[in-house]
Design a protein around this ligand. Structure first.
Ligand code: HEC
Length: 95
């Protein structure tokens, strides 16, 4: 996996013009396209999930049916997402 310094993450985020607007709040923790895991939960890399799994994860964080020890961190990030946002994010992040 590539190691990227913060500066290039920010540059990449700007370069990824195709990212859904709702992804802008995810960049700080997950990188430009979901390829980064949060430091405390290194195995949970959004981009390793399929599109369907990303959608399931995001809906599950919202209703409490998905997640590990740090799911509270994600809950705050997904509560404002609509079903349409989740579909877009799943398409963008998932493989
Ligand atoms: C403050 C940091 C932070 C932000 C911002 C954030 N996340 Fe997360 N994300 C996490 C953490 C921590 C986890 C692991 C939580 C757990 O224990 O289940 C996670 C997990 C996930 C997972 C599940 C990965 C897996 O393998 O189960 C997905 C998908 C995801 N995030 C997508 C997003 C999206 C999309 C956004 C923006 C709407 C976002 N995240 C914003 C920290 C963040």
């Amino acid at each position: 996996m590539k190691k990227i310094v913060l500066g290039s993450i920010l540059a990449a985020a700007v370069a990824f013009a195709a990212a859904p607007a709702s992804y802008s709040s995810c960049v700080a923790c997950h990188g430009a396209k979901g390829e980064k895991a949060f430091a405390a939960t290194p195995t949970q890399i959004p981009a390793n999930l399929t599109k369907a799994e990303v959608a399931t994860a995001l809906k599950g964080y919202k209703d409490g049916s998905y997640g590990g020890k740090m799911k509270g961190v994600m809950k705050g990030n997904v509560m404002k997402l609509t079903d349409a946002d989740i579909a877009e994010l799943a398409e963008y992040i998932g493989k």
